[in-house]
Design a binder for this molecule. Sequence first.
Ligand code: NAI
Ligand code: MG
Length: 350
Amino acid sequence: KSYKIALIKGDGIGPEIIDEAVKVLDAVASYSGFHFNYEELLMGGAAYDITGDPLPQETVSGSLNSDAVLFGAIGGEKWDTLPREKRPESGLLRFRKELGVYANLRPAVVYDELANASSLKPEIVRGVDLMVVRELIGGIYFGEPKGRDENKGWNTMVYSRDEIIRIAHQAFKIAMTRSKRVCSIDKANVLDVSQLWRETVEEVAKEYPEVELSHMYVDNAAMQLIRDPKQFDVMLTGNIFGDILSDEASMLSGSIGLLPSASVGAKIGVYEPIHGSAPDIAGQGIANPIATISSASMMLRYALNENAAADKIDAAIKRALAEGYRTQDLAQFDAKEICSTSEMGSIIAN
Ligand code: NAI
Ligand code: MG
């Protein structure tokens, strides 16, 4: 059996972390009796430099012809002064939109092995296991009108009822496989769009009587995530609130370099770390590849239905951490063995 994987390495640390995920995927495939065919596709600054477009059409069609997309990260200062539609980040937004992956699943799990690596007290974070379900192709990142002139800039936060309904279903379905609690995040005390969000989520909730629904304002949620993160199971959010809260949640686990994500809801899913291209550490061989390796595990689970192989990867990550291996981002508290990006990848693969 063979799977076709579209590989998009991107910019900055993207190539370094994708290479490690491929190492681990090939290792697990050789044990599991299947095989991967990779097709490398361009996106972001790397694509702009070669083709003048941060999202060449080939990247979209190649992805649609694959079984799943494994994506690194894009962006960097070099491209920050380009007009917006030429910038790497526009390529990524357009990519998600063209594939139609409207649901971004971002698990934040605190590894027992790393409870001391968090910036928070171990008793606060030990046992955290939450999932941010973030709407990905609507909201203020896409709403019209948007623009700027010399003195003004504007964006619009728009959600239609249909967009809210489909992301809410994703959240409730996932909650059914977990602790059956959904906390929907909004700013309904101030924003009209949030009032519609809240009403619509309430309606969808009626179809899931076993799931307990609560609502929270986003500012309070930012605080509660630090005060008592274990209260959360599934957090249902719009695009911008989920972006911000999931970066915040990454600090519970110790490093943004640990957190994977899956962008789903369409025929082809995109599996990617939640972090960016980390230009400040690119090329030094110190990036943490675990977020990407863990995204590869989500790809096996959600896109390819290879749950046993996904379990193997998850267990290998835990074992590497239990044995004391740490990349630099995790090393400050309890490192027994500091390792490079590629050493960490090899240890997990082995
Ligand atoms: P970032 O997530 O790239 O980095 C934030 C901080 O976390 C940096 O100090 C970085 O060194 C560290 N970090 C990130 N990933 C790490 C890893 N695997 N191991 C160790 N440390 C890690 O966010 P930032 O700095 O705001 O953005 C940098 C560039 O990435 C920008 O061009 C931005 O637009 C782009 N970006 C791209 C995303 C994507 O491709 N999905 C998502 C977020 C930002
Ligand atoms: Mg972000």
